[in-house]
Design a protein around this ligand. Structure first.
Ligand code: FE2
Ligand code: FE2
Length: 199
């Protein structure tokens, strides 16, 4: 599996959790309560998997090599992607800060949680679209097979040494649990991958 394929696969998992978040926000905006337990799990997944693991690998490994090889869809493209990672972090922080009051029924906190959830979903969906449809295809042309393999090895090291053994699998299981709760379908064969392609 190429490094870009690993990142594409991670995007699919992240997008399923974004669907969970959308459904949760729909429920609150229809006058329902915020399920604080599930919202905390979504935040845990977004911070642990989407940000620390996935964005971490992009920022420390993939983007620097892509820059070296001249990969990018427009001038400053990678700088924009990096700024979007930061914007995403601030939306997740705002969701986390409003969660305790929102789950107790505070209407301003519920509104704030949903506003940031919606903005985050739009931001990250468009971000993933840019990477999947522009950055990764240009990288697949510009990077050599040796580059891709070196990235895969670097990703494995990140998982082992920075995330800790088993963390990635635990976060995958968390995504599956969220999909089951919010009735987001998981395509067959896509569950329980480690991000480096091992089962
Ligand atoms: Fe990214
Ligand atoms: Fe990404």
């Amino acid at each position: 599996m190429k490094a870009t394929d690993i990142m594409r696969e991670e995007h699919r998992v992240i997008k399923r959790v974004l669907q969970c978040l959308t459904t949760a926000a729909d429920q609150v905006e229809k006058g329902g309560t915020l399920d604080g337990g599930s919202a905390r799990k979504m935040i845990e997944f977004l911070r642990g998997f989407a940000d620390r693991c996935h964005h971490g690998k992009e920022e420390a490994q993939f983007f620097p090599l892509a820059r070296q090889r001249g990969v990018g869809c427009a001038p400053g493209n990678i700088d924009i992607l990096l700024a979007e990672h930061e914007q995403g972090r601030s939306h997740v922080r705002a969701m986390d800060e409003s969660l305790a009051a929102a789950e107790k029924g505070d209407s301003q906190a519920k509104t704030r949680f949903c506003q940031h959830a919606r903005q985050f979903v739009v931001l990250l969906s468009e971000h993933i679209h840019k990477e999947d449809d522009c950055l990764f295809p240009t990288a697949d042309v510009a990077l050599t097979a040796a580059d891709q393999q070196a990235l895969v090895r670097a990703f494995e090291q990140v998982e082992r040494e920075e995330m800790g053994e088993g963390t990635h699998e635990r976060l995958h299981a968390l995504a599956d649990e969220l999909c089951a709760k919010w009735q987001v379908p998981i395509p067959p064969g896509s569950a329980h991958h480690s991000c480096c392609g091992h089962k």
